[in-house]
Design a binder for this molecule. Structure first.
Ligand code: BGC
Length: 526
């Protein structure tokens, strides 16, 4: 299983590193952490379109949708705060948990943090699958959310620390690939369980999340702690021994020296979040936050969460709607492979800009068809138009999956300088989950009020974000991670202006770390 090879450090020194079994295990960790997140994203839409589930927990919606008691608008059948809370509570819990997770990843380590995530997941799954009432159901979703918060902070960190440098980028998108596989798996499960008579199909759907949850927990028990985390917590000898083991060589001195230095620098930063707010870190912070907001404002999760609901709104039967959701799930996975293949060849900007055009076009076409063909109370969408809508949704999902999906995570993780990288990751995860929550909570109401205009709303966002990419997002392809400041930010027509001041270094024990002056520099500009 071991392959020879060298990895290049940020400063150009070659480190000896083989792809050892332990690195392979770390890939499996990525798979299970990502799978779990994806499964949670994908499962709720199918479950919330199952009549048995609605009858038990959301009788009001059930009456509107199934029994036809209410002659409500096509677009408003599912507009119910409780139903939206079922989906979105997970993300609210997740974004709160991120702050605790950034503390535990530092003090307890990456491995224990992943273990905590696994335990949250298992209890959450048990509560969900066995739910007797709405409170149990939501409590389960909240625990799953805590799991997501802990896992999404620790797993990517764990991976990038344990991976040899030369395969770190690939591993990053591999995480997203597994998110998409998790979504597809959930769609397939829902497709099968929707056919179960007797009212327990939804329990099986929610319960099968136990598989990725168990895998993550067992995985966390089996793998080693990262050397970085051991060194960070003062366990130097252990850290060096682990580094030898994962690199498959005794020649680890250069990498270990780098690790000690990185840890020393990181320790100097006493207030990572305050440091993040300084002017010279503004470009990366703005890019990371904007990318997360934009990623969610593409409207992708409106499709991912509510595809079955959306398709049944469009007049597909419940079976056909889950079937369509499976198709979009498969397109999502396959198109992520396109990204893995091309991201280091054509670059980030080309992918984002091409996808912008493709997403804008498909959303506008969908809006036009729905606007003309689907009225409030009757659906006269012919088979041909229905298929065209599905094709356009697939075109849209494909574009997302090779652009904003993986790059929304990749770009923030590669642009921050080391001193702000982990705080930057917390902010990235937190903003992402916050906006996922907002979309999840608002989408069904927006569908009800905007009707087909919802797709125009998202297409307007796609236009805005494409203009942002065009002028403000620099290309980071093939730039070593520690050379971003010199080669990217200082050369950018707009962001370069933030790179000119060197006076606002982090305070260390009341003094500036560069020792040149005391106190906060009042001239620090916005
Ligand atoms: C996003 C998720 C989304 C998924 C879809 C991820 O990059 O962060 O919110 O559900 O892609 O594949």
């Amino acid at each position: 299983m071991t392959g020879g090879g060298f990895a290049t450090s940020a400063n150009g020194v070659e480190f000896e590193a083989k792809i050892t079994p332990i690195v392979i295990i770390s890939c499996i960790m990525a798979a299970t952490g990502g799978l779990m997140f994806g499964y949670d994203v994908g499962v709720s839409g199918g479950v919330t379109s199952m009549p048995d589930f609605l009858e038990k927990f959301f009788p009001v919606v059930y009456r509107k949708v199934v029994a036809g008691a209410d002659k409500d608008s096509n677009y408003c059948k599912y507009d119910n705060q409780g139903l939206q809370l079922f989906t979105s509570s997970l993300y609210l819990a997740g974004l709160t948990a991120t702050f605790f997770a950034s503390y535990t990843t530092r003090t307890l380590g990456r491995r224990l943090t992943m273990l905590i995530a696994g335990v949250f997941f298992i209890i959450g799954v048990a509560l969900n699958a066995g739910a007797q009432n709405l409170a149990m159901l939501i409590a389960g979703r909240i625990l799953l959310g805590c799991g997501v918060g802990f896992a999404n902070q620790a797993v990517p960190l764990f991976l990038s620390e344990i991976a040899p440098t030369r395969i770190r980028g690939g591993l990053n998108i591999l995480f997203q690939l597994n998110v998409t596989i998790g979504i597809l798996f959930a769609n397939l499960v829902n497709y099968g369980t929707a056919k179960i008579k007797g009212g327990w199909g939804w329990r099986l759907s929610l319960g099968l999340a136990g598989i990725p949850a168990l895998l993550l927990t067992v995985g966390a028990l089996l793998v080693t702690e990262t050397p970085n985390s051991l060194v960070e917590r003062g366990r130097l000898d252990e850290g060096k021994a682990v580094l030898r083991r994962i690199r498959g060589t005794d020649n680890v001195e250069p990498e270990f020296a780098d690790l000690l230095e990185a840890s020393r620098l990181a320790k100097e930063v006493k207030h990572p979040f305050r440091n993040l707010l300084q002017r010279r870190n503004r470009p990366q912070l703005v890019i990371a936050v904007a990318l997360q907001i934009f990623q969610q404002c593409t409207g992708i999760n409106a499709i991912m969460f509510y595809a079955p609901v959306l398709f049944s709104t469009l007049g597909f039967g419940s079976d056909a709607s889950l079937y369509s959701a499976v198709v979009t799930g498969a397109v999502n996975v396959l198109s992520t492979l396109v990204s893995i293949y091309s991201v280091d060849k054509v670059g980030r900007r080309v992918l984002l800009l091409e996808a912008g055009v493709q997403m804008f076009f498909s959303q506008v076409v969908i809006a036009i068809i729905l606007g003309v063909k689907v009225t409030d109370t009757s659906t006269n969408l012919s088979k041909g138009f229905a298929i065209l809508v599905v094709v356009m949704i697939c075109t849209y999902v494909a574009a997302f999956a090779w652009s904003w999906g993986p790059l929304g995570w990749l770009i923030p993780s590669e642009t921050f300088p080391l001193e702000t990288r982990s705080a930057g990751q917390s902010v990235t995860v937190c903003v992402n989950l916050l906006f996922t929550f907002i979309i999840a909570q608002a989408f069904l109401s927006m569908l009800c009020h905007f009707k087909f205009g919802i797709f125009i709303f998202f297409s307007a966002w796609v236009l805005i974000m494409s203009v942002f990419v065009m002028f403000l997002l620099p290309e980071t392809k093939n730039i070593p991670i520690e050379e971003m400041t010199e080669r990217v930010w200082k050369k950018h027509w707009f962001w370069a202006r933030f790179m000119d001041d060197h006076n606002d270094h982090e305070f260390v024990n009341g003094e500036k770390s560069n020792g040149k002056s005391n106190g906060f520099d009042p001239s620090t500009r916005l």
